[in-house]
Design a protein around this ligand. Structure first.
Ligand code: ADE
Ligand code: ZN
Length: 340
């Protein structure tokens, strides 16, 4: 790992907190909660992380998070991620959680969000690490369930900045969630959605036009649609791209085929993120490293990706300026200047 990547100040904008649950913590929480898992031990669970598409991952992802029961469990999971991210010089993070995956198991919304929120506050106090929380709706469930979840979130609105849309993309187009996005917008939430991960470029267009999202999660399918790429570049619509996730879920056949470099060179505001790092073989540094080693991106391009992360995030303009200054200063130490 190069010191340039390791010490680079970073922003992470696409991280499912339940996807940060490492096998060791899955087993520790299972023991604490008296739950028996279908895997003998941590290495047996890890051995099952051999995915052929998004759904094959989601099946294990939902099974893994079933050990989460108490407020302390949600705190411990979130704090473990934040500690790891802090160690990798992540200065700001915008985190997804999947409330329906817990409330459908009988865990109250309040238990989930207070545990996560308490860890975010602790990271802010301990390390000055800033964060935002994004409630994500599961797109394989009916829109009514998302609307009910939005209602459950009302008392916790101050803990939440945005809403998102995740889970099985194919066959669950953005238009299915028009009403809940309109309601969330009325309530003052910022809007993002997963689109163009396994789904077609049209889902990216629809997320922008029908749901009015300001940022697209993944969005790599844009590479198939030059006119869409031009629109995304022109409007500086950020894409929160997750290189190792795309490799593990076979969205790309090899890192050398990944569209990140082409999207950046076409002027899009692409950013680097880890998605579900416990499942996909690495956190932020590993994703930057994969772009360098596997795709041959230069340090100047990596520096630009880090700056794009700041541009795309929900910090104030003053906070963004400070963070961008630190990123540029980091580059200057190595004689590296951003490409844009
Ligand atoms: N939930 C967690 N990770 C996801 C991903 N990569 N795509 C869709 N839903 C998800
Ligand atoms: Zn995701």
């Amino acid at each position: 790992m190069s010191a340039f990547i390791e010490q680079l100040p970073k922003v992470e904008l696409h991280l499912h907190i339940e996807g940060s649950l490492e096998p060791e913590l899955v087993f520790a929480l299972a023991r604490r909660n008296g739950i028996t898992l279908n895997y003998a031990d941590e290495s047996a669970l890890r051995a099952a992380y051999d995915f052929h598409d998004l759904q094959s991952f989601l099946d294990i992802y939902y099974a893994g998070m079933s050990v989460l029961q108490t407020e302390q469990d949600f705190f411990d999971m979130t704090y473990a991620y934040l500690q790891r991210a802090h160690g990798e010089h992540v200065r700001h993070t915008e985190i997804f959680f999947d409330p329906q995956a817990h409330t459908d198991r009988g865990v109250p919304f309040s238990v989930v969000i207070t545990g996560i929120h308490r860890a975010l506050e602790q990271a802010r106090h301990e390390w000055g690490m800033s964060s935002r929380l994004i409630m994500s709706f599961l797109r394989h469930l009916p829109e009514e369930s998302a609307i009910e979840t939005l209602r459950q979130a009302e008392p916790f609105h101050p803990f939440l900045t945005g809403v998102g849309l995740d889970s099985a993309e194919k066959g669950n187009p953005p238009e299915k969630f028009r009403r809940v996005y309109a309601l969330a917008r009325e309530q003052g939430y910022r809007l993002v959605a997963h689109a163009g991960e396994e789904g077609p470029p049209q889902y990216i267009r629809d997320a922008l036009a029908l749901l009015q999202v300001e940022r697209i999660d993944h969005g790599v399918a844009a590479i198939e649609d030059p006119a869409l790429m031009d629109e995304l570049a022109e409007a500086r619509i950020p894409l929160t791209v997750c290189p190792l996730s795309n490799l593990k879920l076979k969205v790309v056949n090899s890192m050398a085929d990944h569209p990140m470099a082409r999207l950046l060179q076409a002027g899009l505001c692409v950013t680097v993120n880890s998605d579900d790092p416990a499942y996909f073989g690495g956190y932020m540094n590993a994703n930057y490293l994969a772009l360098q080693r596997g795709l041959g991106m230069s340090d100047a391009e990596l520096l630009q990706l880090a700056l794009n992360g700041v541009e795309a995030c929900w910090l104030s303009p003053e906070e963004k300026a400070l963070l961008m200054r630190d990123i540029r200063a980091h580059g200057e130490q190595y004689g590296i200047y951003p490409v844009r």
